[in-house]
Design a protein around this ligand. Structure first.
Ligand code: ZN
Length: 235
């Protein structure tokens, strides 16, 4: 179980703040880094259009350009959306379900993503899969839990007969700590790049510019991002 390169990583890059910070984290420590995005019938594909500017911006920082390898996109079509409407894949209002989960939860999404990522990592000989799942100040999505990720690492490594390591550098960081991490990894240039070009807003709004970047300013994702930025700035 050795023929994946230990110094090579595949980063799940959605175009949001968390995945952008994960890309910087991987570029800071690994010799070769590739990126992966998914189209899954999400309501607002605007996030995906942020991926290229983020890649281009990071390639211009330090020696990261020499480490940044190809970008991959996997189109899952309407397969996740077809299973059931959520606020991520259909025009329904964002609200909380009876079990306390917001209806932005797409059941099994991260499990599907990581399984595809593992298959691609196998093909590309990349040992590490880096993703922005976080238990700290997220919405309680069960597939973002540390135990879910650890169990998947075991299952995928066994099922592919390759040593794969699932790394989630943001698991125990809140949004303020995520900005602090970006600052440490790439200084103000990286903070500015992520603030300007990453997208978090659930409503896909890139017309309103705030101190923390673009977004509607009121949806749960904007609220989280704004509060994290504020805590980091006043920290
Ligand atoms: Zn928003």
């Amino acid at each position: 179980m050795t023929n994946t390169s230990p110094d090579a990583a595949l980063v799940l890059l959605s175009g949001g703040q968390d995945s952008a910070t994960c890309l910087a984290w991987a570029l800071d420590r690994y010799a070769h880094v590739e990126t992966l995005g998914f189209a899954y019938g999400q309501r607002h594909a605007v996030e995906l259009t942020c991926r290229q500017p983020l890649r281009d911006g990071m390639a211009a920082l330090g020696d990261w350009g020499s480490k940044l390898g190809p970008d991959h996109m996997i189109d899952l079509g309407q397969s996740l959306a077809a299973i059931g409407a959520t606020a991520m894949t259909a025009e329904v209002e964002i609200r909380f379900n009876e079990d306390g989960l917001p209806n932005t939860f797409v059941p099994g999404r991260n499990i599907v993503f990581l399984t595809y990522a593992a298959a691609l990592a196998y093909r590309r000989g990349l040992r590490r899969i880096v993703a922005g799942m976080c238990e700290t100040d997220y919405s309680g999505y069960p597939d973002c839990r540390d135990d879910t990720i650890k169990a998947l690492q075991v299952a995928l490594s066994l099922g592919l007969d390759r040593r794969l390591v699932l790394e989630t550098p943001l698991m125990w960081r809140d949004k303020a700590a995520t900005w602090a991490l970006a600052q440490r990894l790439g200084g103000n240039a990286l903070v500015d790049l992520i603030m300007e070009h990453s997208h978090s807003c659930y409503l896909g709004d890139r017309t309103r510019r705030h101190a923390w970047g673009y977004g509607c300013g009121t949806c749960p994702a904007c609220d989280l991002r704004a509060k994290g930025w504020g805590r980091w700035k006043t920290g």
